[in-house]
Design a binder for this molecule. Structure first.
Ligand code: NA7
Length: 551
């Protein structure tokens, strides 16, 4: 299957319009967790592959998001690859929740351990891709003018990789330093003695605010929608716990893959409705989960994401915690969210609400005091000027589709992906889209993506894509693409399934509502086990819903 390294027969740097174009079996865009494993898997299958990566190193999200306090909100023993028993045994995580720096070291270790770097072209952004129907090949072009072609194109571009910086009046006039959490500088940023403004109160801000508050002379947090945060109770890794997991890591991974979100088997969902227990019992369960910390809170009862009334009991519990934590009742009130809890990603914090008791921290509610403009000296909101030396945007990402649509991609007959997805990212299984043969998306729209431990989703999809390519080769087939009927049915399924949850009830990035003008569409599906089973069934039925083309 495939030549070992067909690209070797060409000068590696000569793939320009003037020279021969390197040819591979698979081109992969992105060297985060998805791209690294896709490369490894392709090699295991004997396929030649090249990865293009815009960054100077591996790690994806964990390469870019270096803001103070950045860490994973899934426990480290779970947020890691399962594909290699040796890897999962040898790696030691130092904390319950790993820091960005430790996860990046892990990604670098994986790249070295499996000798992946030699097939990754760093500092290289893919700007376009075109499918040539006659040759059945994709040709991609990079920002350096390089070209490469391959039979298969795999997008491992990550759901949260295109930073969203709001277009605010006067932004260019700001005289101080500006940052975005997802594009953080590599050198240390010192906030000591400075007046810092943070715009946004999602997961990134919730992690960053307590740390910046300790450094800054003054911190102003500009809030559009308050966040629900549950305590992380982070701490050093318990050696006994680590030993227990490692004694049967495969069993632990298998139990997690049976969980609705692919993680959390250690603290399973209570199999009852929040509404079917007396209030004292409900409070006891929430309190118990609060003490455990992290996403265990979200699985306290079996209907928190299904029933708005059940959800309201959890929301009220967190609001009561905010009231009990924040001394100034007016500040506490502004910090209390009103939307359904978990409708936007639940935040996992270390002292977020407590930070608002500090004398050097101020909360500005942008609903009461609308953000009018950035000025050379700060931000003007509700007629008041907030003097700032540093302005931090913790304003999230053009999620799920932003990076895919940032490239100029053309499928069959020159069909443009931007044109095709004008009303939303129509897809089949989140893995492909009609009119784009041999084009695979990892953690793309329509998959369970960010509703899972994303590494569980990545491994399942990478293995599915690898098996699919192997099956095509074994059957002498050249192309695969979803049918329009299959993708319409899949989008309808995702919408129908998610309409039975609380997720459509707020303006989250899951539905594209954080970006002005973006079409509103449910982009993420809930339920890893059912999703993985569906993918397996599709494959077992000879790739049902896909059109297969002969060589
Ligand atoms: P999020 O979760 O998208 O949060 C972004 C925050 O920025 C959120 O509070 C937004 O308010 C706010 N925002 C966005 N645009 C604006 C403007 N124009 N003005 C004021 N406030 C704004 O991004 P994060 O980086 O925190 O987290 C991303 C994911 O990483 C997270 O879901 C986890 O999976 C990890 P809004 O809620 O839209 O009103």
């Amino acid at each position: 299957m495939g030549q070992a390294h067909p690209g070797d027969s060409f000068e590696p740097s000569s793939g320009t319009r003037d020279g021969p174009v390197p040819a591979f079996d698979v081109l992969i865009v992105g060297a985060g967790f998805a791209g690294l494993y896709m490369l490894h898997r392709a090699r295991q299958l004997g396929l030649s592959a090249r990865v293009f990566e815009a960054a100077s190193g591996v790690g994806g999200t964990w390469y870019w998001n270096r803001y103070p306090g950045a860490r994973c909100d899934i426990e480290s023993l779970e947020y890691s690859y399962a594909f290699s028993e040796a890897l999962q045994q040898e790696w030691h995580w130092s904390e319950r929740y790993a820091t960005q720096a430790e996860i990046l070291r892990y990604a670098e270790h994986v790249a070295d351990r499996f000798d992946l770097r030699r097939d990754i072209r760093f500092d290289t952004r893919v700007v376009s891709g075109d499918f040539d129907e006659a040759r059945g090949r994709w040709t991609v072009r990079t920002d350096g003018g390089e070209e490469a072609c391959a039979q298969f194109l795999v997008m491992a571009t990550g759901p949260l990789s295109t930073a969203n910086v709001p277009s605010l009046e006067g932004l260019a006039s700001f005289a101080g330093r500006t940052f975005h959490t997802g594009r953080w500088p590599h050198e240390p940023v010192d906030f000591h003695g400075r007046r810092v403004g943070i715009v946004g109160t999602g997961s990134s801000a919730v992690q960053m605010v307590p740390i910046v508050a300790h450094q800054a002379r003054q911190l102003v947090v500009f809030q559009r929608t308050p966040a629900y945060a549950v305590p992380a109770h982070n701490g050093p890794m318990d050696p006994a716990h680590e030993a227990r997991i490692k004694a049967d890591y495969a069993g632990f991974r298998a139990r997690n893959r049976r969980m609705i979100s692919g993680f959390g088997s250690g603290v399973p969902r209570h199999p009852v409705s929040a509404l079917d227990v007396p209030p004292e019992e409900r409070a006891r369960v929430f309190e118990e989960r609060w003490r455990i910390g992290g996403f265990a809170f979200g699985s306290a009862f079996n209907d928190l994401i299904l029933d708005e009334r059940a959800n309201a009991t959890a929301a009220q519990f967190i609001r009561d915690k905010i009231r009990a934590t924040v001394h100034d009742p007016a500040v506490a009130r502004r910090l209390m969210p009103r939307h359904a809890v978990m409708c936007k990603r639940l935040c996992v914090d270390s002292g977020y609400y407590e930070t608002f008791n500090r004398p050097n921290v101020r909360l500005v509610d942008l609903n009461e005091h609308p953000l009018e403009a950035v000025t050379p000296g700060g931000i003007r909101a509700g007629g008041e000027e907030h003097a700032l030396d540093d302005l931090v945007f913790a304003t999230g990402f053009d999620a799920v589709t932003g990076t895919l649509l940032g490239m100029d991609l053309h499928g069959r007959g020159g069909l443009s992906l931007r044109e095709k997805w004008r009303a939303g990212p129509v897809n089949y299984l989140g893995l492909g889209t009609a009119g784009f043969p041999n084009f695979f998306m990892l953690v793309g729209p329509g998959s369970v993506s960010a509703f899972t431990n994303v590494i569980v989703q990545i491994e399942q999809q990478v293995e599915w894509v690898g098996d699919c390519i192997a099956a095509l080769r074994a059957r002498g087939l050249a192309t695969i693409e979803p049918t329009r009927d299959a993708e319409d049915a899949w989008v309808a399924h995702v919408n129908a399934a998610m309409s039975r949850t609380i997720y459509p009830t707020c303006n989250s990035w899951y539905v594209g509502a954080n970006i002005p003008g973006k079409p509103r569409m449910m982009m993420v599906l809930m339920g890893f086990p059912a999703y993985a089973q569906k993918c397996d069934e599709v494959a077992a039925r000879g790739y049902e819903g896909f059109r297969l083309g002969a060589a």
